[in-house]
Design a protein around this ligand. Sequence first.
Ligand SMILES: [Zn+2]
Length: 217
Amino acid sequence: MLLMAVPVPVWRGLLLALGFSLAAEGLYYLIRSLNRLCQQWPAQVLFFPAPVTCVRPLLLSSPGHCDCGLSHRESALSCLTRLLLSARHSLDVCVFTISSLELSSTVLVAHSRGVRVRVITDSDYMALAGSQVGSFRRAGIEVRHDQDTNYMHHKFALIDGLTLVTGSLNWSAQGIFGNKENVIIIKNTDIVKAFVEEFGQLWNEYDPAKYSFSPKK
Ligand SMILES: [Zn+2]
């Protein structure tokens, strides 16, 4: 009898409120599920070798025509180049070897655009001909390296601390244009956080203030 006493407009309002509430809850769970899905799945996988193409137009501040004679079509290298150039605040590179002119130019462009670039590399390989560590340092990019006979063998980069680029790829012409290699791109997960921590730990460990410059006994 009490229900009958409630006017129809009030019922309608209550049903509408219930409908909105259920819709909002449904939307919340949908967004949460999608968010989890995005966090768990790698965004992309790139396979190398890449075809020999020119990525120079990607490095220019304003897109222009390049008449180098090479193809400018999309490739694993152009995807990787675009990704590295998407950095807005920071680009942390931790690679065994850095001799690729394409990738080192990309790192230099990111630095010239005001991105804070930090590079960690291997002390033995940075001394070899072709290493671009010298050009980084001349440009004012901070480079740190290991001090022992074991290799600093990582091959990963962190873009704005949110996107991880990792895999088997050495940052060399041989790695890009010759070898069978893979690069996995992972966004904003616990895996990314672990690599951020690893980079920070190595950056601290390889602080020049801690260099001994004397052989271990
Ligand atoms: Zn070109």
